[in-house]
Design a protein around this ligand. Structure first.
Ligand SMILES: Nc1nc2c(ncn2[C@@H]2O[C@H](COP(=O)(O)OP(=O)(O)OP(=O)(O)O)[C@@H](O)[C@H]2O)c(=O)[nH]1
Ligand SMILES: [Mg+2]
Length: 182
């Protein structure tokens, strides 16, 4: 590549490339790491290893780079969620929609986090993952179970997805990329 072309590309990236910070949280086994792997163009694996601490991947979509922080969901890692959610462009809260017994704990952890003053106004995308499994909770059921109607002073959306079958992932990317226009 010629030097002029390289300077031109560099200038273009300065003006056009927007990087968004996204943090993915949720209880263990919800599918955060699986979702991020698939969004980044990788293969879905059934034997995904529980995340110790955190994991970061960049997802490039046109002129927008999504810098995604995927945090561990086991109880011992939940206290660090707040630190990684401060100042981000969006929080993605993922639940296993087929594990109805885990929803009360998920609701509690979500609301504990959102009540923190530093979380005020940060857009929230709630994803009910594993829609490929039988008897999964619908979006309406998730809105109810997670008490999402009480979440105010921020943008909130809730989608049903499957990282495994790659269902509805375009909607997820569209929603995240739209945070760049705000
Ligand atoms: N059927 C089905 N299984 C899924 C889906 N997404 C993830 N899984 C499985 O769920 C399990 C947990 O996935 P992970 O991505 O490791 O979950 P995590 O939320 O990152 O868990 P922690 O890192 O411990 O917080 C793995 O066995 C995945 O294969 C999905 O859409 N459908
Ligand atoms: Mg993980």
């Amino acid at each position: 590549m010629g030097i002029l072309q390289r300077i031109y590309d560099w200038l273009l990236s300065l003006f056009w490339n927007t990087e968004l910070d996204i943090t993915m949280i949720g209880l263990q086994n919800a599918g955060k790491t699986s979702l991020l792997r698939v969004l980044a163009g990788g293969e879905f694996t059934i034997d995904s290893i529980p995340t110790v601490g955190f994991n970061m991947k960049r997802v490039q979509k046109g002129h927008v780079t999504l810098k995604c922080w995927d945090l561990g969901g086991q109880p011992r890692f939940r206290s660090m969620w707040e630190r990684y959610c401060r100042g981000v462009n969006a929080i993605v809260f993922i639940v296993d929609s087929a594990d109805r017994e885990a929803l009360p704990v998920a609701k509690e952890e979500l609301h504990i986090l959102l009540e923190k003053p530093a979380m005020e106004g940060i857009p929230l995308l709630v994803l009910g993952n594993k829609s490929d499994l039988p008897d999964h909770a619908t979006v309406d059921e998730l809105i109810e179970a997670l008490n999402l109607k009480t979440v105010t002073h921020r943008e909130v959306s809730c989608y049903g997805i499957s990282a495994k079958e790659e269902t509805n992932l375009d909607a997820v990317l569209q929603w995240l990329i739209a945070r760049a226009q705000k």
